[in-house]
Design a protein around this ligand. Structure first.
Ligand code: ZN
Length: 417
């Protein structure tokens, strides 16, 4: 075991297990810490860069947004750096950050793996995750923090769908002690606002553009709203160029070459489509018009509570504005099952198959569940799971058949006597 000992600002030694790498990024490598499973150490690869980061990291670790309760008091929503780490000469080498279990958000979009990563692997749960990301952005913006590097690889999701923001050392914030603005420097082009791609500084509104893109991606099964080849000549070659040229698949579908297997915006609830338009149309050139995290969270929560279950698959959930299960329709169209049922699930004999008739199964309503609770201090109650159940009409039919069978049996017995 190779151990590197560094010290916190107060002189406390921290033993870092540098032969057991947890992960790495553009700026450094993350290692376990010997005496605590709850934290890890991020060590910067570039010593010159680390020296420049000194004042920023001291100011950042002085803030304490780790105390934010978010939507689950037991869950840590922000992997905020706890303390800086210095070598024997006082040189900054890294930071101590919380160690959190979970999986990067984009992995949730793999239908084959989703059920292994989430307790409730349904479309409804992706809305719940998206709503939590909205609340997380709202909390950080309320504290004056600009995230800057908005990306689904910087959001970790646990089995219950709770989210944590990673890589917080690059955020933009003002030091309350000195009043000094520490600017964010990094951004991921695929989630950057058009004005930032044109060279303007990072801002809260830039975060909100990226939030809209991430939410679209989450609820549209990984389809990036600005992904694809443009219909214009010469065609755009990247997501970044499509953002610059205002080519997106949801509000301007004619500007991108159609993809046969793409999900269409019709499956989305109307209020969510309104927010997408507000973000990518009105808010494209007027950043102040982009919906904030709270607005997204409210409508996503509402939509999640308006989901219907499907009697063919307990993991199929679709919005009540659709006439039938959109995921069964995908199976019939030959695109496979986005939400494969549990292994022990017995599929009804009349379940839709590829190329078969798209039936309109009686939806199992969730309307008996209570309305979504209003957030209290930013916290929310756990939403109900999608549980398919027989409708009352079906139950009445079954009872009638049983009664007729009983009468016939009595007649046969009486006739035999
Ligand atoms: Zn279905």
């Amino acid at each position: 075991m190779t151990v590197l000992t560094l010290r916190t600002l107060t002189g406390r030694p921290v033993q870092i297990l540098v032969d057991q790498e947890i992960g790495s990024g553009a700026e450094g490598v993350v290692y376990p810490v010997a005496d605590s499973p709850h934290v890890c150490a991020k060590l910067y690869s570039d010593f010159t860069r680390a020296a420049q980061l000194g004042p920023r990291m001291e100011a950042l670790t002085g803030l304490s947004p780790v105390l934010w309760g978010g939507d689950c008091p037991e869950h840590l929503h922000v992997a905020w750096p706890r303390t800086t780490l210095r070598d024997h000469s006082g040189q900054l080498r890294g930071v101590v950050v919380p160690r959190i279990d979970g999986t990067p958000m984009l992995r949730l979009l793999d239908p084959g793996r989703r059920a292994d990563l989430l307790d409730e692997a349904t479309w409804r749960s992706t809305f719940a995750v998206a709503a939590r990301v909205g609340r997380l952005f709202d909390m950080l913006h309320g504290a004056g923090v600009v995230i800057g590097d908005v990306s689904p690889s910087n959001v970790l999701v646990d089995r219950h769908g709770h989210v944590t923001l990673l890589d917080c050392d690059g955020v933009q914030f003002t030091d309350p002690q000195t009043g000094l603005l520490h600017r964010g420097e990094k951004f991921t082009p695929e989630y950057a606002a058009p004005e930032v791609l044109d060279g303007r500084p990072l801002s809260r509104e830039h975060d909100l553009f990226g939030l809209g893109v991430m939410i679209c991606e989450l609820i549209m099964e990984g389809q990036h709203p600005f992904g694809g080849v443009s219909t214009a000549q010469p065609p755009s070659e990247s997501v970044e160029q499509n953002i610059k040229h205002h080519n997106n698949r949801v509000t301007r579908p004619d500007r991108l070459v159609p993809s046969a297997d793409a999900l269409t915006a019709e499956i989305l609830p109307g209020k969510i489509l309104d927010l997408i338009r507000q973000c990518f149309e009105e808010g494209y050139e007027r950043p102040e018009r982009r919906p904030n995290g709270r607005a997204w969270a409210y409508e996503l929560d509402q939509a999640a509570y308006q989901m219907m279950g499907c009697r063919y698959n307990p993991r199929h959930a679709y919005h009540r504005s659709s006439v039938a299960c959109v995921w069964c329709a995908r199976i019939v169209a030959g695109y496979g099952d986005h939400f494969p049922p549990p292994a022990d699930w017995t599929m009804p004999l009349d379940a839709p198959v590829r190329g078969g008739l798209m039936l309109a199964p009686a939806p199992t309503t969730l309307s008996t569940y209570p309305a979504p609770p209003a957030p209290v201090n930013g916290r929310e109650a756990a939403p109900p799971a999608v549980v398919p159940s027989r409708s009352s009409k079906q139950l009445r039919t079954i009872a009638l058949i049983a009664l007729i069978a009983l009468i016939v049996l009595v007649i046969i017995v009486v006739a035999a006597l």
